[in-house]
Structure formats: structure tokens, C-alpha cells
Design a protein around this ligand. Sequence first.
Ligand code: ATP
Length: 301
Amino acid sequence: MSRSQLSDRPVTSDGAAATGRPAIVAEPGAASAVASAAGPASSDAATVLRVEDLRVTVGGGRAEAVHGVSFEIRRGETVGLVGESGSGKTLTCRAVLGLLAPGCERSGGRIDFDGTDLTALGRRAWDTIRGTRIGAVFQDPASYLNPSLTVGRQLTETVRAHTGLSRAAARARALELFAAVGLRDVETVYHRYPHELSGGMAQRALIAIAISGDPDLLVADEATSSLDALVQAEVLELLRRLTAERGLALLLVTHDLAVVAEVCDKVLVMYRGDLVEQGPTAEVVAAPRHAHTRALLEASR
Ligand SMILES: Nc1ncnc2c1ncn2[C@@H]1O[C@H](COP(=O)(O)OP(=O)(O)OP(=O)(O)O)[C@@H](O)[C@H]1O
């Protein structure tokens, strides 16, 4: 993702500018609004996310950049969304998160999350779902953390917002989450400011924040792209482990088919705003049908 295409300022995972708030904040009391906005039940209880005929326009409606994309993610499934730069991956995942930049708009289609049509929800209810049941991590993790708060404080605040736990209990939970994402010496990390962390540590901290609401779905948009190869492999391994251990579904957005082949059960291939191929990763990699999939495979070798 090129963030500059999306916004001139970094946004946190809850869509706020990265200044004064924890990255993902649930709004207490909004859960009932979510429940009452539930649409028709999903036809298949195993489906956690169903996107139907999603269309996104850019430039204030002047051009359509995502042309009717449909796919499903089942509980616990790891799904890779791949495509060359500009193919519409980020717009698709930002639309799912309800975090499209100004000037970009969902112009059609439906996004069902666990039987709830997200597109029918108000801003607040969507924010609540994103903060709790859908977690998100992005490229360049430091810009999604509040630079003026220690990462421990940010995670503790987020845990408190999700759970209403006391400060001490939320702090203990934050330390557990830091350990769960593979951070060592968690007491020391707790007191670090974002600029004191390496890229890999910051991404782990952001993943800890993203999973702190115990989400059903984690969306990771180029989450490992800015990391060097070794750290990238470690963070991918972490994502794979978390999905296996927590039954999390993962939507992993990347331009790199090799990354998808490492981690994902299923792959979705986008090309110029269309979803041109999808299927089990092993099958798609062994016998790609679309020329763009073949080109991505070549590029990843
Ligand atoms: N804020 C925006 N304003 C105008 N056009 C945009 C905006 N965001 C994206 N686009 C355009 O929409 C198309 C799809 O962009 P998108 O960011 O979804 O691609 P992508 O597949 O994620 O690419 P990358 O891998 O480079 O991030 C591109 O042509 C892009 O230039």
C-alpha cells in the first residue's frame, strides 16, 4: 500500500490520525448498536467474511478502481490477497475495514461480517466491530502507534477499552499479549516508546494491540513489507501461529505471492481492480490459470 495515496497523514487502525489515541479503541456501550444492526444471517455459519460485488471509486467518484469483487473467508482460514501495485488490494481491504481515505468511496456491494452487513452500520458501530472483532495491522507500524505514549500504556488502554478491566489487570493482560506475540523481556518493552523499538518489535506490538480484542478476523495489509527478510519471516511465522492457536481468520494483503504461499490456505489474485483468480494456494501456485498469476509467480521466484 502506498499510504500517501490514501491520506496525507497516517491513520491509526481506528481511523484516527496517529496523535493522541491508542491504535484501536472500542467504544464502550456500542456493542448493542452492533447487535441490533445485524442483517440476514450468513447462509454458512463457517463464513466469517463475505464480500459481494464490492465496488470502490476514487477521485471523488470520478473513477472506479475496484470493479465488483466477491470472496469469502471462513473461520480460521488464512487468505492472501495478491496483485501488482495499483491492482486494488488496499482499497479492497480498507473498504472491508471501513477505513477508505477521503475521496475514495464504496460505490456498491455488500460486506457481511459474521452475518452483519457492515455497510448498513453507522460509523460508530463499524468502529466498534473493527476495534474488537476485526483487527488490523499495516505497513510501517511505527506510524500507527502513538509516539508520545509507551507501547505498554497504549496496549493497556486498548485492553481497558475492550474489557473494562482495572488498570492493574489490563496491565497484566498487556504483558501476556506482548509475550504471545513473541516479544522478549516484556516488562522492559512495556516502558518503551515506539521510536525505541525496531521495526519488527513495533509490528509485534501493533499485532498485540490488534489481537487484544480477541478478534475473529485479522487484516494485515503489507504488514511485513517494510521489514528485512529475516524479520519478515519471523512476523509471518507469528501470524501463522496466532491464526492456528486462536482460530483467527487472516486476510493477508501483499504483492508477493511467495509470502502467500508460506502462510495462506487460499489466495485471491487481483488485477486492475478485478479479482481474476481465486482458489486453494497450493492449486493456484501449481496450476495458475490467469496470466497475471503466472507473472506474480515468476516475480516471486
Ligand atoms: N486516495 C486515492 N486517490 C486516488 N486514487 C487512488 C487512491 N487510492 C488508490 N487509488 C488508485 O486506485 C487504484 C488501486 O489502488 P490500491 O492502493 O488499492 O492498489 P494496491 O493493489 O493496494 O497497490 P499497492 O500494492 O501499490 O499498495 C490505483 O490505481 C490507485 O492509484
